[in-house]
Design a protein. Structure first.
Length: 93
């Protein structure tokens, strides 16, 4: 995988994490959880979650597992996305 492909994959994965995060509803506010709340739940800073969602960082496997747990998805579900669609969507933001 070359650098461009890796960067595109990181962007697509970040968009997927953002999409899944927005499906998790905070029972107190009845709204999707924020980057800050996901960070608190996973032991990471809001900045780290933001960097992940923008595809600016290379997440560790254990970080992805913790995120999956908090998003109530399996690691397979996290990576279950069509790269072409996610690249188009992530480049719009």
């Amino acid at each position: 995988m070359n650098e461009i492909e890796l960067n595109n994959f990181k962007k697509a994965l970040g968009y997927r994490i953002s999409e899944l995060r927005k499906k998790v509803i905070n029972i107190e506010t009845n709204k999707p959880i924020s980057q800050e709340e996901l960070g608190l739940r996973t032991g990471h800073a809001k900045k780290t979650i933001g960097e992940l969602e923008r595809g600016h960082t290379n997440p560790r496997y254990d970080t992805l597992l913790i995120i999956c747990k908090e998003l109530n998805v399996t690691i397979q579900e996290l990576f279950d996305f069509d790269m072409k669609n996610y690249i188009k969507l992530s480049n719009k933001h």
